[in-house]
Design a protein around this ligand. Structure first.
Ligand SMILES: [Zn+2]
Length: 304
């Protein structure tokens, strides 16, 4: 009864005093833009390809054990990652793979192949948990153990994080700062890199912003037992991604793409990624870089 009473007593959003809504909005916020005057070696546009190797973790984090659903995730390791690595090698492009610790533990050889090929590995939760429903202590414990696990398996300490499902909690920034991370790549306040503010104060932490528009999952996801179907053909996804790149190049900005090996790795879709890379390669002044290289570059040019 006591809990119910205190809930009833809580003011509703339209009753909040200004300090309440200002406090909520100001907890984690975009600060100054870190978009450089020009990119490395005079490049006109920076291109950051990222692959979130979720594999089976999307099923596991729901507490589900269906071998059918798990097999869709395993496809990411068996077919997706090898195809992606071959494509990146053909075009000499470095990329960033964000990997949940449970998946890195299931597939340690895959992570070592990724690192040996010159790519980087970043934090992507323990089992793709939803940070916003976790107590802060659990989120902190899982994020730290995830970094330790990736370092042990891949041999390199991760310097960046992408929260699973981009579910960035009110505690995530403080935890990432405690861990001394260089950048986050989960938020959407800009097209180009910016400095994160915490409670109005600059943090020196770089945000490399994402967007659902530049994510393969929203166009291709499918769930047999709901109405979710992939209605967008690969040619239309290519058109959208190409327009996002063209816009970034016109503005001298960042083109950051999020993909998933178990989604983009299929035959009809890896082909669209290759067409996109060919389109990008057809332009001069393109800097293909890992997220860490971009974060270091914008920090060095801005003094953040
Ligand atoms: Zn993910």
């Amino acid at each position: 009864m006591a809990a119910k009473k205190s809930k009833d007593a809580m003011p509703l959003p339209w009753q909040w005093p200004e300090e309440t809504w200002r406090g909520i909005v100001g907890k984690v916020r975009a600060g100054r833009s870190l978009k450089p005057a020009q990119w490395k070696d005079g490049a006109r546009v920076a291109v950051a390809l990222s692959f979130d190797s979720d594999h089976e973790s999307g099923t596991l984090r729901e507490g589900e054990s269906s071998p059918g659903k798990l097999s869709q995730g395993q496809y990411g390791s068996r077919q997706g990652v090898p195809r992606i690595l071959a494509l990146l090698e053909r075009h000499h492009i470095p990329a960033r793979f964000f990997v949940p610790a449970v998946i890195a533990t299931l597939y340690p050889g895959e992570q070592r192949r990724v690192v040996d090929a010159g790519h980087e590995i970043g934090i992507h939760g323990w089992i793709h948990e939803r940070n916003s429903v976790l107590p802060a202590a659990d989120e902190r414990d899982l994020q730290k153990r995830s970094a330790d696990t990736l370092e042990r398996i891949a041999g390199v300490r991760p310097v960046g994080i992408r929260t699973p499902s981009w579910d960035f909690s009110a505690h995530t920034l403080a935890i990432s700062r405690e861990m001394g991370l260089l950048y986050d790549s989960s938020l959407m306040a800009d097209d180009d890199p910016y400095e994160l503010l915490e409670d109005g104060q600059p943090t020196g932490m770089v945000e490399l912003p994402v967007e659902w528009i530049r994510d393969d999952a929203i166009y291709f996801n499918m769930d047999r037992f709901s109405a979710l179907r992939p209605y967008t053909p690969p040619s239309s996804v290519l058109e959208i991604f190409r327009a996002e790149f063209d816009g970034a190049r016109a503005e001298g900005g960042l083109f950051l793409l999020t993909m998933h090996p178990h989604i983009i790795g299929h035959r009809s879709r890896i082909a669209l990624l290759e067409r996109l890379i060919e389109h990008i390669r057809g332009h001069a002044g393109v800097w293909f870089a890992t997220h860490a290289d971009i974060a270091r570059y914008v920090k060095s040019t801005s003094g953040a």
